[in-house]
Design a protein around this ligand. Structure first.
Ligand SMILES: NC(=O)C1=CN([C@@H]2O[C@H](COP(=O)(O)OP(=O)(O)OC[C@H]3O[C@@H](n4cnc5c(N)ncnc54)[C@H](O)[C@@H]3O)[C@@H](O)[C@H]2O)C=CC1
Ligand SMILES: O=C([O-])CC(=O)C(=O)O
Length: 340
């Protein structure tokens, strides 16, 4: 006779495996770039990643050969830069990270990247829709406020749009916020949980210090500006050689790891992300970054913005105006330039 406890744990196991997909194939599109290379390195060091697939219009096989010598268990493959290489790279992917596209130079806004990056993201989104429609797609390419809606429109056109599996990566904004606060307060950044909502550029980035353990920072204009324009600091310091790559790689690897943990059944995994969100749809804003609880199906729950003070209310107003325009620009681009 089988003891009751054994039957119960067997049932539990079946229930678990019915919901939790074993996410392990992670793909990077733009893998030979400034973000792509360190991101691929961090993913190779992550024991939860069992297969790493790398694609770029140039150099992915070389990056893959290099990384593949690292003595962790995952397999690594770099694919040829053509349509069939891209399709094979994507097939069976559980998580696809997209840092493909050009970065800023000093004096440029993220929106100045639109003309180049919109079509890159559109074409890569089409490849994802065709080869891995059920993957979690994480968009890093800027302007995120527009490239995420572009990806959504392409998926809709292919009849495979699942809003629970599309993420704009805004992790770097909370990473920066916690670091900048720790510098002011002399604390450990890992203890500084700062909520950042909105979008991923300039005034659309809204830190909510009133919700942190330092509500006094809510009127610190320099700090708010630093969080909103942290990317510019790096662009300026790199002096024409691009934008944040190493900190972004860390942030992207953290987001991918969180998704994998959640997909493997871990509860309560929460990350910020720019997603198809109900929070401000009544104001015509279809996508919004806020805390998101992750699960085996991608987004489990979009958390509300929560209480904000009068100062933050003003920041949110400015955010929503810009965000709406950025989103509409992405949607209009796909309408007039559909993928071929
Ligand atoms: N979401 C965020 O928080 C952040 C986003 N970014 C954005 O990430 C993007 C990439 O930045 P970097 O890596 O510094 O640029 P990069 O120029 O160093 O690398 C981009 C890579 O994309 C590749 N690429 C271009 N077109 C492609 C295509 N059709 N298919 C596959 N690969 C393609 C290039 O060959 C290059 O290797 C930029 O748009 C940048 O603004 C950068 C930092 C933070
Ligand atoms: O500033 C940029 O262009 C790159 C970026 O998105 C960031 O560093 O947050």
């Amino acid at each position: 006779m089988i003891p009751a406890r054994a039957v119960f744990s067997g049932l539990q196991r079946r229930a678990f495996s019915a919901t939790a997909r074993d996410l392990s194939k992670v793909t990077v599109l733009g893998a030979a770039g400034g973000i792509g290379q360190p991101l691929s390195l961090l993913l190779k060091l992550n024991p939860r990643v069992t297969e790493l697939a790398l694609y770029d219009i140039r150099g992915a096989p070389g990056v893959a050969a290099d990384i593949s010598h690292i003595n962790t268990n995952s397999s690594v493959k770099g694919y040829e830069a053509n349509a069939s290489g891209l399709a094979s790279c994507l097939k069976g992917s559980d998580v696809v990270l997209i840092p493909a596209g050009v970065p800023r130079k000093p004096g440029m806004s993220r929106d100045d990247l639109f003309n180049t990056n919109a079509s890159i993201v559109r074409d890569l989104a089409k490849a994802c829709a065709e080869s891995c429609p059920d993957a979690n797609v994480l968009i890093i390419s800027n302007p995120v406020n527009s490239t995420v809606p572009i990806c959504a429109e392409v998926f809709k056109a292919h009849g495979v749009y699942n809003p629970k599996r599309l993420f704009g990566v805004t992790t770097l904004d909370v990473v920066r916020a916690s670091r900048f606060v720790s510098e002011i307060k002399g604390s450990d950044p890992k203890d500084e949980k700062i909520t950042v909502v909105g979008g991923h550029s300039g005034v659309t980035i809204v830190p909510l210090f009133s919700q942190s353990s330092h509500p006094d920072l809510t009127t610190n204009a320099d700090l708010i500006k630093r969080v909103q324009f942290g990317g510019d600091e790096v662009v300026k310091a790199k002096d024409g050689a691009g934008s944040a790559t190493l900190s972004m790689a860390m942030a992207g690897a953290r987001m991918a790891e969180s998704l994998i943990r959640a997909s493997q059944g871990e509860k309560g995994v929460i990350e910020p992300s720019f997603v198809d969100s109900p929070l401000y749809k009544d104001q015509g804003v279809e996508f919004f970054a806020s805390k998101v609880e992750l699960g085996p199906s991608g987004i489990e729950k979009i958390l509300p913005v929560g209480e904000v003070d009068a100062h933050e209310e003003k920041l949110l107003e400015a955010c929503l105006g810009d965000l709406k325009k950025n989103i509409e620009k992405g949607v209009a681009f796909v309408a007039s330039n559909p993928p071929k």
